[in-house]
Design a protein around this ligand. Sequence first.
Ligand code: FPP
Length: 238
Amino acid sequence: MEDTRDMNIPQSIAIIMDGNGRWAQKRGLPRNMGHREGCKAVESLIEDCARLGVKYLTVYAFSTENWKRSEEEVSGLMQLFRYYAERLLKKAKENGVRVRMIGDRSRFPEDIIASINKLEAETRDNTVMTFVMAANYGGRDEIRRAAMRYAEDVSQGIRKKGELSEADFSEYLDTAGMPDPDLLIRTSGELRLSNFLMWQCAYSEIVITDVLWPDFDKAELLECIKEFNGRKRRFGGV
Ligand code: FPP
């Protein structure tokens, strides 16, 4: 077992979970089997991160662009969420984890919206870690929705025109009140941000691993944290 006592554990980790499709393809299985294995990896990761002392774990579960996938794959992902919502609730409760969803949930079927609301409501007071699920999420869409809410507040006289700091604007984003990711991990070797947390990742350290998402486990997580520990963060300074 690896000794993690000397590690600097990032407060906030964000993950682009890529490679479920390839994992399945390699085994001659349908893509949705890859997503199913991907869900298991998420479940273990929640527990691992909570125990390590991570305070915020954000995962890219479904992007605003993922609706373009086949009807079969999209409905498979919805079914998977239906199945995993209860398991997730149990896991969250066992580990003192609060669940939050970012993204535009209004496009999901009614029953899924209800289970997201339930997950959030029943874990609201948990303090060990916050698990953030990005679903129907896109960084540009989030900024667009924030801009609309801000404009509405200006027109209502709640905000004064011409006065807006970065911190003020952050409060209109879905991630209001959460710290920016210290570490952004992307699996399966792709070197893209793919519209994930574009505002919030301005100064995040990016670690890319070739591992396909269903194979991502605690050992891989610790490798990523080790790489993060070797970085010098300057936030634009010298
Ligand atoms: C990327 O792999 C993965 C997705 C688009 C979906 C990820 C969703 C999950 C793992 C489920 C999350 C579940 C919960 C409960 C949070 P890909 O299909 O793009 O893989 P590929 O690039 O190899 O085709």
